[in-house]
Design a protein around this ligand. Structure first.
Ligand code: FNR
Length: 380
């Protein structure tokens, strides 16, 4: 008897639509659809935060608590959303965060995502744990960008491997495949995860390399004194990384002003202020709350990016108002990919861009540089 895959509602998993569902009006609507298209355990894995989901829900609450002040009288005839970041031009200050194993939700996985991102001129960060190889993703992205007649940056997210030679191999492969920055993620080397990958989904980039262990065993030493401790990043790793590549290095997973400063001192070219979408440690502060303090600490020496909880164009504007140069979305790309594949991701990005432009227009911001703290209501 054929095994039917069930979604979290107990129904058979639905195949992705080939068209955009008619009732999707804003980017956040994709989540409601996605549950029907994703197998139950994968859904749980994607949705979950650490422990009690305190941080997961706080990420949204902290963004929701900020209020915008419209300035509807403005000259917007030359308005645009373009930004320059690390010497690269982006059509808008919104990027796709690295999200592992995208074949979990759609057979075309990262290949569909990158095609949609490149078609919509949206920067994409490809995970070390992608389910197609970084070369396959680069090729698909390049073909889409060429077809559209423009180029958009693709960055490679690095999880350091237990052996430096393997990390170095990944860096060299990323350079050779045309990725234009290395995003070094520091906040997820130790996390609890009981999720087992289903048959047919693998860390395609890591074939032939020993697997890293993230989850402590139930018996015996827990963390301290175990080899897991060797996976915790150190500043030496950043020094090492800086010496290996000419590409810009972006450190992802910074929430502390002191560590932000340290990373900059050691040569980081940008930081992503992130709590990994609330997935690693419950009870941690939300990026939007610490962003002003981090901006204060780094004094404009490097651009700051932000993710965790971004779901709407207004969230992007809130992040920029408090000191970010750009924002990234994580889970929403999976929601759109599961719901309608490439078309879904493209539509999601279009909606977010539309939301961003509408917000900027209402706030009287002709360019991203006009998004200052003045667009936020300050309780006095
Ligand atoms: C992630 N994230 C992540 N980050 C990273 O640096 N490398 C990775 O491989 C992954 N993989 C991954 C898988 C899944 C299923 C999720 C939900 C997240 C974290 C991601 O880049 C980003 O920081 C968060 O997803 C941002 O929060 P939101 O937008 O999901 O709320």
């Amino acid at each position: 008897m054929e095994h039917t895959m069930r979604n979290a509602l107990g129904e058979a998993v639905r195949a992705a639509h080939t068209q955009i569902p008619a009732d999707i009006r804003c980017a956040a609507d994709y989540e409601r659809h996605a549950i029907h298209h994703i197998e139950a355990q994968a859904w749980q894995h994607i949705q979950s935060g650490a422990d009690q989901n305190l941080t997961l829900s706080h990420n949204r609450a902290a963004l929701d608590a900020l209020r915008l002040v419209p300035q509807p009288v403005a000259d917007l005839r030359h308005a645009h959303t373009r930004i320059e970041l690390l010497g690269q031009t982006l059509a808008s200050p919104l990027l796709l965060a690295p999200v592992a194993y995208q074949r979990l939700v759609h057979p075309e996985g990262e290949l569909a995502t990158v095609r949609a991102a490149m078609a919509l001129q949206t920067g994409m960060v490809v995970s070390t744990l992608s389910s197609f190889t970084l070369e396959e993703i680069a090729q698909a992205g390049q073909a889409a960008a060429t077809e559209m007649g423009h180029s958009t940056p693709r960055w490679f997210q690095l999880y350091m491997q237990p052996a430096r030679e393997h990390s170095l191999q990944l860096i060299r492969r990323a350079e050779a495949a045309g990725y234009t920055a290395i995003v070094w993620t520091v906040d997820a080397s130790i996390k609890r995860s009981g999720f087992a990958l289903p048959h047919g989904v693998e860390a395609a980039n890591l074939r032939g390399m020993p697997s890293t262990q993230h989850t402590p065993p139930l018996l015996g030493p827990i963390l301290f004194g175990t080899p897991l401790m060797q996976q915790i990043p150190t500043w030496d790793d950043l020094r090492w990384l800086r010496a290996q590549t000419q590409l810009p290095i972006i450190v992802k997973g910074i929430l502390s002003p002191a560590q932000a400063q340290q990373a900059v001192d050691l040569g980081a070219d940008a930081l992503i202020v992130s709590n990994h979408g609330g997935r690693v440690l419950d009870g941690v502060v939300s990026p939007i709350e610490v962003l002003p303090a981090i901006a204060q600490a780094v004094q404009g020496q490097v651009p700051l990016l932000l993710d965790s909880g971004v779901r709407h164009g207004t969230d992007v504007v809130k992040a920029l108002a408090l000191g970010a140069s750009a924002a990234l979305i994580g889970r929403p790309q999976l929601y759109a990919l599961a719901t309608a594949g490439l078309v879904g991701v493209a539509h999601l990005l279009h909606l977010l861009r539309a939301e961003l432009e509408l917000t900027m227009a209402q706030l009287g911001c002709a360019t991203v540089a006009d998004i200052t703290p003045a667009v936020l209501w300050q309780q006095r």
